[in-house]
Design a protein around this ligand. Structure first.
Ligand code: SAH
Length: 226
């Protein structure tokens, strides 16, 4: 388990960012059907207020998505929990690729669970802020890249697990090409108004099975760098 390097006061937070608010969020996730205790513990221990603007700190541990600027959002904690749980259900992956760093929260949650996280973001300013947060938290098993995530991170492929945190109408083929033959991919797929969370799992022989995990709402997966 990652031990964050922030000063104790910043880590714990005060008032609405207190331990009590986090415990309430953890209880909320369980009630919402999240079952993996590792995921619930990591979400309880990850300082979500560190990933959003100070003006929103009082809402950091609410189970809602929040704006992070540039028209983007930090995902709802339940969605982060569900996607993380779905990604690690068959065993902890060694090497995970995330497309859509955003605030950096989902990447930090993953970095507390798996040995290596790679994350790609197309908005430079968001990536700059996320990197500062990773540094302040002392997350050394996480690398990030400013690029069009539709291209994946070819130099580091293959990945045991890939997570997309922005929705396209399909999974870009170059990303699929970077999934190991026994890998797991979790992504929202669909139109801007109607998306389904899907999970693909490789059988090791070149075939992938696909399951639907429910309806979700994500910002769009865009092309190019912003
Ligand atoms: N995982 C993030 C969620 C951020 S919202 C978090 O925990 O905060 C989705 C992010 O995907 C946005 O920051 C958006 O800029 C980014 N994004 C959209 N299309 C992308 C692409 N093609 N490549 C990389 N990032 C992309």
């Amino acid at each position: 388990m990652t031990v964050y390097r922030l000063p104790a006061a910043d880590l714990k937070g005060e008032g609405m960012t207190s331990q009590r608010a986090r415990d309430r969020l953890a209880a909320n996730l369980k009630e919402g059907g999240i079952q993996d205790p590792r995921v619930i513990d990591v979400i309880r221990n990850t300082p979500r207020h560190h990933f959003i603007d100070q003006a929103l700190h009082s809402r950091a541990y609410e189970n809602t998505a929040l704006p992070i600027g540039h028209g983007q959002t930090i995902s709802q904690p339940w969605v982060v929990a569900r996607m993380t749980e779905a990604l690690i259900e068959f065993g902890l992956p060694q090497k995970v690729l995330e497309i859509g760093t955003g605030s950096g929260y989902q990447a930090a949650v993953l970095a507390a669970l798996v040995p290596q996280v790679f994350t790609v973001e197309r908005i430079e300013e968001l990536l700059r802020q996320a990197r500062r947060r990773f540094r302040q938290l002392g997350l050394t098993n996480l690398r990030s890249r400013y690029d069009d995530g539709k291209l994946g991170w070819p130099d580091e492929a293959p990945f045991d697990a890939i997570i997309l945190t922005a929705a396209g109408d399909t999974i870009p083929s170059r990303i699929l090409d970077q999934l190991s033959p026994t890998g797991v991919l979790v992504a929202p797929v669909g139109s801007p108004s109607r998306q389904t969370l899907i999970r693909m799992r490789g059988d090791g022989q070149g075939d992938f099975t696909q399951e639907e995990l429910g309806a979700v709402s994500f910002v769009p997966l865009l092309g190019g760098i912003g």
